[in-house]
Design a binder for this molecule. Structure first.
Ligand SMILES: CC(C)(COP(=O)(O)OP(=O)(O)OC[C@H]1O[C@@H](n2cnc3c(N)ncnc32)[C@H](O)[C@@H]1OP(=O)(O)O)[C@@H](O)C(=O)NCCC(=O)NCCS
Length: 200
């Protein structure tokens, strides 16, 4: 597959760029320490900003890989880093995912995203996800994307549908502690992305 890495993306209100160790304080305070934000994510809230800094220091090494996609979401008006959005090859994370996507060949690439609670409900994640999906289909030769959300997290499903993802099947994801999370799996093909862009 032709990959593009974490290139800088600019939208109307946001800048998407590499998430770096110097963002640790904002990441910790704005979202990574908040159990309401991590409620439907795999990971637990960070205990202190040192934990966030250690994670970002390890992640910084990965930006050299063309198949590493991890963006900070920065609000243009304030300069504040308000969340993060990634694209991951999820085949390794959830082995059963392959079964659900039997009709799709190749790797299963999936966006993941989170936003600080103070910035919810302003359309920011719809804007960020649209930009990342556009980047994927413009800058790589990927033919489709998967996207999953917990059944009890309908706001995330609303974001996916607004960007043009369509429901595909029910599935189960697991938090890193092993807790099962019933999820709804959505997908977007390159053809659908083109149609959605033409309608917009
Ligand atoms: C889910 C999340 C990403 C949404 O981000 P956001 O920037 O607030 O989303 P947007 O404002 O772009 O859009 C949210 C949409 O969901 C809708 N929504 C909000 N709460 C909802 C609910 N309980 N049920 C149904 N729809 C809901 C909103 O009305 C809005 O749609 P609209 O613009 O048509 O009115 C954000 O709440 C978040 O980061 N949550 C914690 C982390 C997380 O759950 N990540 C997703 C894991 S799959």
């Amino acid at each position: 597959m032709r990959h593009a890495g974490t290139g800088r993306i600019e939208t109307c209100r946001l800048i998407l760029r590499q998430l770096l160790p110097q963002d640790a304080e904002m990441m910790y305070h704005n979202w990574a320490s908040d159990p309401e934000v991590t409620r439907f994510l795999r990971w637990e809230p960070h205990k202190d900003s040192c934990e966030t800094w250690a994670l970002l220091t390890a992640w910084a090494e990965l930006y050299a890989n063309p198949d590493y996609y991890q963006w900070a979401i920065q609000e243009k008006s304030s300069g504040e880093v308000v969340g993060a959005i990634s694209l991951v090859n999820n085949c390794l994370g959830e082995p059963q995912a392959r079964t659900g996507w039997a009709d799709h060949t190749g790797e299963i690439w999936e966006p993941g995203y989170c936003l600080g609670r103070a910035w919810w409900g302003r359309g920011y994640m719809t804007e960020a996800l649209q930009a990342v999906v556009d980047y994927w289909f413009s800058e790589t030769d990927g033919q489709w994307l998967a996207c999953c959300h917990a059944v009890n997290n309908p706001a995330s499903g609303a974001v996916m549908r607004k960007v043009g993802f369509v429901y595909d099947h029910d599935t189960v994801y697991h938090k890193f502690d092993g807790t099962e999370m019933p999820c709804l799996a959505y997908q977007m093909t390159r053809e659908r992305w083109q149609e959605h862009k033409e309608k917009a």
